[in-house]
Design a protein around this ligand. Sequence first.
Ligand SMILES: [Zn+2]
Length: 174
Amino acid sequence: MALLAGLSEVHFKQAPDENDGDAYSLAPNVVVLSPSAQNLPPCQLAFVIGHELVHIAQRHFDEDAIALSVYSGKPPYWTRDGDDAMQLADGDFGLALKLSPLWKQQEREADWLGSLLAAQVCGCSLEEGALAYFRPGDGDGGGIAAAHPPDAERIRQLLPFTESARRLMALAPR
Ligand SMILES: [Zn+2]
């Protein structure tokens, strides 16, 4: 899946618990899976990993760091460390609100491209993968600056890709 996403090297790590969700990614190329993720049915796990690989492949961390620097009015090259830029949004709701459309766009991209990666590499339909993974009403939330839209919205945005996933499933190795 990583190769299809154009990534030559990805490291997988195990989280000690679910405090940060089922899975997340770290710059530049780390996917962290919690114990709960590892117990997911195979196609739901494929979707979750696909989603995180898209964040890495599309360099969303770098995109965030640049946007945060610009929106916070920092001069160019105020830091060489993306982590410094990421800290700017901590406790700064106004800045988080400015970044919110970018975060939501990144999550949408990770959802649909991750679903298609799972289809082409693992033969997973959207129904078995993302649509089974999201459960509306469960864990929805976050404020108006939250990166992830509610599950029902993520499902609605994914439905148009059902047919694309079906076609890509035919390419999966058996
Ligand atoms: Zn994400």
